[in-house]
Design a protein around this ligand. Structure first.
Ligand SMILES: [Zn+2]
Length: 153
């Protein structure tokens, strides 16, 4: 009698559990569906750049004038790209950093990464040069020691 009673209770319990448990996979599936829909709705973007290293560098600035570039003042960077490339926002670094490498420099281009497009005789080691259209802007930048972020390609 006791045993039968228990079986009944168990039976009810199982039914109850099933009733509770059954809708769950649907909820999960629905949630997954939503998540996927949300993902596919977001616009296609380039993957977030991977930070390669952050280092303190001496950052100077230059413009395309003869004072800054001497005989190289031809409107073209050492990479072959014109100084108007990337909206005129790029920098010069030494050969240890390949052309096209993206670097973000606090205070330059709103802190957004710019490509390395140029070289410079004095640009060696932990030193980079940011490009400005005008000599006065380059002068205003002066010489700053900043922690820059170099991204992996
Ligand atoms: Zn200049």
């Amino acid at each position: 009698m006791n045993r039968k009673h228990w079986l009944t209770i168990c039976g009810v319990a199982v039914c109850f559990l099933l009733a509770v448990a059954i809708p769950e996979p649907e909820i999960h599936a629905h949630a997954c569906g939503l998540a996927e829909a949300a993902l596919s709705l977001s616009p296609p973007e380039r993957p977030a750049p991977i930070i390669s290293r952050q280092i303190a560098m001496t950052v100077t600035a230059y413009c395309p004038c003869a004072k800054c570039c001497g005989r190289w003042a031809d409107g073209f960077t050492a990479s072959g790209k014109p100084v108007t490339a990337n909206g005129g926002k790029f920098c010069a670094a030494d050969r240890s950093i390949p052309f096209g490498t993206m670097i973000s420099i606090p205070g330059y281009n709103g802190g957004k990464p710019v490509p390395v497009l140029d070289r410079g005789g004095a640009i060696k080691g932990n030193r980079i040069d940011v490009y400005y259209d005008s000599h006065s802007e380059a002068l205003r930048w002066g010489r700053q020691t900043l922690t820059v972020t170099i991204y992996k390609e």
